[in-house]
Ligand binder design. Structure first.
Ligand SMILES: Nc1ncnc2c1ncn2[C@@H]1O[C@H](COP(=O)(O)OP(=O)(O)OP(=O)(O)O)[C@@H](O)[C@H]1O
Ligand SMILES: Nc1nc2c(c(=O)[nH]1)N[C@H]1C(S)=C(S)[C@@H](COP(=O)(O)O)O[C@H]1N2
Length: 190
């Protein structure tokens, strides 16, 4: 069974100053995009590097998540440390994810370049950082579409199922009206 960790990194949401919108946004997008069942593990934590690292390690090493999506703490401010924590616990860096996320986001906001978001692999798990703005979750995962729904720039989720397949995780199928998972022909299961 596919297992996904959702981690919202926010000082203010985790201390109750405002309500966390990160985890609800992530889980409702995934419910729409993924065909079939999956389990989610959620964590709402402050922007503390040790806590972010411990949380990611726990979700991979103890819960065996295949995918972890973080939201928040990717910018240049003093307490923005999510990418640093992610890199610190990584086995491999996947630079294409960071590059593609910033490309996509530039279609929505000029400040996309302020996000230091990264994608990494730890053990069998792909970990992706998304920005903290709740609207950036759909934007980044789904990509840029025209008003009639034509895909202009692919969202990063298009590459996630094949990446997890290469990491020997479950075979993920997506709802094509939301995001079309791309695989080489030889990797498609009929
Ligand atoms: N988890 C969240 N839930 C709801 N809104 C959020 C969340 N995280 C961020 N936002 C919104 O996006 C904006 C930019 O996010 P950013 O991660 O830079 O927050 P911040 O200003 O560093 O504060 P904090 O880490 O306490 O959320 C915030 O000002 C807030 O309006
Ligand atoms: N798709 C998308 N990417 C985005 C944004 C956004 O609204 N949408 N906000 C940007 C802004 S304003 C900042 S400061 C950086 C870092 O945000 P974070 O610190 O909340 O992670 O992400 C950027 N990337």
């Amino acid at each position: 069974m596919l297992k996904i960790g959702l981690v919202s990194v926010s000082d203010r949401a985790s201390s109750g100053i405002y309500q966390d919108k990160g985890i609800p946004e992530l889980s409702s997008w995934l419910q729409k995009a993924i065909k079939g069942d999956f389990i989610i593990e959620t964590r709402l934590i402050p922007d503390e590097q040790t806590i972010v690292e411990e949380t990611l390690i726990e979700l991979v090493d103890e819960h065996a998540c295949h995918l972890i999506l973080t939201t928040g703490g990717t910018g240049p401010a003093k307490r923005d440390i999510t990418p640093d924590a992610t890199m610190a616990i990584a086995d491999k860096v996947m630079p294409g994810f960071g590059e593609q996320m910033r490309q996509i986001s530039l279609h929505f906001v000029p400040t996309a370049i302020l996000s230091r978001q990264v994608g990494v692999v730890r053990k069998q798990c792909l970990i992706l950082n998304l920005p903290g703005q709740p609207k950036s979750i759909k934007e980044t995962l789904e990509g840029v579409k025209s008003d009639d729904g034509k895909v202009l720039v692919s969202g990063i989720f298009a590459s996630v199922p094949y990446c997890i397949q290469l990491l020997e995780g479950p075979y993920i199928e997506t709802n094509e009206s939301i995001v079309n998972a791309f695989r080489p022909k030889s990797a498609i299961k009929q």
